[in-house]
Ligand binder design. Structure first.
Ligand SMILES: C[S@@+](CC[C@H](N)C(=O)[O-])C[C@H]1O[C@@H](n2cnc3c(N)ncnc32)[C@H](O)[C@@H]1O
Length: 285
């Protein structure tokens, strides 16, 4: 008997993660404790003052060890919450980010009638996060989604199955929207937008574990957008809407590129931290 309770172990684990440079150390340790416990959160709460059985301690220690090496929590747990969904995540996809929910909010604000039979295209779908969140909100909508990574598309398909949305979405392996004809009412995309030189400066969770092709947007980071804006102009119905996630410092370039692509209405929307995060375009109003 060690005399250490689960609360003690949790505190020690959080200290280990903090020492490894992890900001959310206490939260991460708590979520890994729950994973090691293999029971409900409610039951865990009632057992925090008890000692851990050896097998649970071994599991917890292994999970904390992985996080200490800066493996993302989403990879260790295998899932990540996005919008109202719990999505499968592997090394083949970008872990969906809370910032990307700005794009979902913008779509909901633009289409207040949730029964609208929207045709939605998600370019560079990764885990399927954006298209699946939208289909979950618009029960009569249908979607197409593309990615250049077959491995990512396999994860997206699994997420569509897990969320019960598979009958309304088709996943297609291709570059951007090549070969697609549309038309679509709503086009959404969160393409890679980080400048090549910046990638090596990112947190280890991102640079060492996330797929480079999900991050890298060329020398300036902005390179995918001019082509994507032109594709939106080609594929949208008159009055259709395009929503693109952008980097916090790409608002000015996005406005210029939108004007060059012939957008009639351009709006830059901010995320919860107040950063430019989404460019909203219409090519006819
Ligand atoms: C930033 S991740 C976004 C994933 C997901 N949409 C999300 O928001 O969580 C970018 C995605 O773009 C894909 N990608 C990169 N180049 C592409 C291309 N030429 N055509 C289609 N997808 C591409 C990557 O494989 C990756 O899944």
């Amino acid at each position: 008997m060690s005399g250490l309770t689960r609360s003690d172990r949790l505190r020690l684990a959080a200290e280990r993660l903090k020492a490894a440079g992890i900001d959310e150390a206490a939260d991460d340790a708590r979520r890994l404790l729950l994973a090691a416990f293999e029971g409900s959160p409610a039951r865990l709460l009632t057992e925090m003052a008890s000692e851990m059985p050896d097998a649970e301690l071994e599991r917890f220690d292994a999970l904390i060890g992985r996080r200490e090496q800066r493996e993302p929590l989403s990879h260790i747990l295998g899932t990540q919450p996005f919008w109202t969904l719990e999505l499968k995540v592997t090394r083949d996809v970008l872990t969906p980010r809370a910032d990307t929910e700005t794009l979902i909010e913008a779509a909901l604000a633009a289409y207040p009638d949730r029964r609208a039979p929207l045709r939605i295209l998600d370019i560079a779908t990764g885990s399927g996060a954006i298209i699946l969140a939208l289909l979950s909100e618009f029960p009569n909508a249908t979607g197409a989604a593309t990615d250049i990574s077959e491995a990512a598309l396999a994860v997206a398909q699994e997420n569509a199955d897990l969320t019960g949305l598979a009958d309304r979405v088709s996943f297609q392996h291709q570059s951007w929207a090549d070969g697609l004809e549309g038309p679509f009412d709503l086009l959404v995309s969160n393409p890679p937008y980080i400048a090549t030189a910046v990638i090596d400066e990112l947190e280890p969770e991102v640079r060492a574990y996330e797929p480079r092709m999900a991050l890298e947007g060329g020398r300036t980071g902005f390179e995918p957008y001019p082509h994507l804006f032109a594709e939106a102009s080609r594929l949208l119905v008159p009055g259709g809407l395009a929503l693109f996630e952008i980097g916090y410092d790409q608002g000015v370039r996005a406005r210029e590129a939108a004007s060059e692509a012939g957008a009639k209405e351009t709006r830059i929307l901010k995320d919860l931290a107040g950063h430019d995060r989404v460019v909203s375009l219409r090519f006819s109003v």
